[in-house]
Ligand binder design. Structure first.
Ligand code: F6P
Length: 472
């Protein structure tokens, strides 16, 4: 393997540069050239395939800094449609012209679907990333539990599961944690911690929404910020029970902090975030979000009078407030756990390619005896018998629905990742860079301007010259 390509696909995470860094560092040792494809799969769909040589003379370019969040390669949510055979052939032809012998895709479940059709043309390996921590399995057999039957409309299917395990062991987990998750939890838990004191001072009920789509890992991890109640998408919300607990806590401590995963559903299975939709001036639907919907529900049940009688607030609306942690969860400097394992997984992906693996995923395993270690699986291991890849959901045994908190096993899971997740250098970085006087005088200097100057492109199709330094 003389030259490989690497790309970052899907939503970004703070650990992407660290993965690229680890891959390039290993490639330098093995004397493999690495080309970074700009903006994920969309870079391959572009006939000029904008790309950057990441290790000229087998040394990494200086823009590649594992401590910087985001991705120097840019990311997009474009994928290659496997049914478009001609497009696939063109992509393979273009990468062939670039002399690419193998491809590393840094991504999540969607990225595997984009990568797999290319695996018939050249070896492909996935290095995992996602703040949602939903790439992997709770145990090896999990995908095989899915069954399907014909849906009501012809040609549609209804999927359900049979034989789910009630209990799992932490050693059973396939891909214990994905790079990006730890930093997202660090940001979310910090936000919750800060919301608390203001909710406490002003006798308010704070509802904080965290990302994660249908997986509750970030919500569970936010327990480090000591919220009173955590709601996860995997356990349908019983409003009556929730309302009782909120009232109890508010009576006792005059404030309540609730964390809600963005994908939380009600007892009928309807996503809260999609329920109170309004329209913007252009007529587009705006989903208010799960937190906002829950605030309305609680406000209606408590009523203004409750807060007035307690002489705490005039209106339920001012007593109950919502915040989304939002994209701050996905940005900024990755903490040590993410940086370290992202770089390791990047290096592992290069090794897998060099060893001749194809359509495979580098994974991070954990075991009682050995702690964390790198491994790999075939991408199809994640597919159900009908070839679907589903996001990993938080196993129910990680959550205690009575206390709305992580269960004993959930706590064990979290502590493996987080107890030493912050490095001394992370703390030092806050101390030295947060209020650096230079921040006030120097404009933000990102990597895009400099990377842009490194972009190379393929000349016209059939033309074998590389046009260098072209705009992109
Ligand atoms: O999958 C990562 C994620 O951050 C989710 O947690 C979130 O729902 C989504 O991406 C947000 O995507 P975008 O930034 O494209 O709106």
């Amino acid at each position: 393997m003389r030259r490989i390509a690497i790309l970052t696909a899907g939503g970004d995470t703070p650990a992407l540069n660290a993965t690229i860094y680890g891959a390039v560092a290993r490639a330098n040792q093995l004397k493999v050239e690495v080309y970074g494809i700009i903006k994920g799969f969309s870079g391959m769909l572009n006939p000029t395939v904008p790309h950057v040589h990441l290790n000229p003379l087998f040394s990494s370019i200086p823009e590649l800094d594992p401590c910087v969040g985001g991705t120097i390669l840019g990311a997009s949510r474009d994928y290659i449609d496997p049914s478009q055979k001609e497009v696939l052939k063109q992509v393979a032809y273009r990468l062939g012209r670039l002399g690419i012998d193998g491809l590393i895709c840094i991504g999540g479940d969607g990225t595997i679907n984009g990568m797999q059709p290319l695996a018939q043309y050249f070896p492909c390996v996935l290095a995992p990333k996602t703040i949602d921590n939903d790439l992997g399995l709770n145990y090896l057999d999990e995908p095989n539990e899915w069954i399907r039957e014909a849906g009501e409309k012809p040609g549609t299917w209804k999927y359900s599961r049979q034989g789910e395990r009630d209990e799992i062991r932490l050693d059973d987990i396939v891909n214990f944690a994905t790079p990006g998750y730890a930093t997202a939890v660090y940001v979310a838990a910090g936000g919750i911690d800060r919301i608390r004191t203001t909710a406490e001072s002003h006798r308010r009920i704070a509802i904080v929404e965290v990302m994660g789509r249908q997986s509750g890992y970030i919500a569970l991890g936010s327990a480090y910020g000591q919220p009173d109640i955590i709601l996860i998408p995997e356990v349908r919300m019983n409003f009556e029970k929730l309302e009782r607990r909120v009232r109890e806590l508010y009576e006792l401590q005059k404030n309540v902090v609730i964390v809600i995963g963005e994908g939380v559903r009600d007892e009928e299975g309807r996503e809260l975030g999609a329920m109170s939709a309004s329209h913007d001036p252009a007529g587009n639907v705006i989903f208010s979000g799960a937190a906002e919907h829950l605030a309305v529900m609680l406000g209606n049940t408590f009523g203004d009078k409750y807060f007035l009688d307690k002489r705490r607030h005039d209106k339920a609306k001012s007593a109950i407030f919502t915040r989304k942690v939002g994209h701050t969860q996905r940005g900024g400097r990755p903490i040590a756990f993410d940086r370290f394992y992202a770089a390791q997984l990047g290096g592992k992906a290069v090794e897998l390619l060099v060893q001749g693996y194809n359509n495979s995923i580098a994974t991070l395993q954990w075991s009682e005896q050995g702690g964390f270690k790198l491994d790999s699986i075939l991408a199809n291991t994640l597919r159900d018998p009908y070839q679907n890849i589903r996001p990993r959901e938080l196993h129910p045994s990680f959550y205690d629905p009575v206390r709305f908190q992580p269960s004993k096993l959930g706590i064990e899971y979290l502590t493996k990742i987080f107890t030493d997740a912050i490095g001394h250098d992370d703390v030092e970085s806050i101390r030295t860079s947060q209020f650096h006087p230079g921040n006030l005088t120097n404009r933000y200097r990102g990597f895009n301007i400099s990377m842009h100057k490194r972009i190379q492109r393929l000349g016209g199709e059939g033309d074998d010259d590389l046009a260098t330094g072209a705009t992109g």
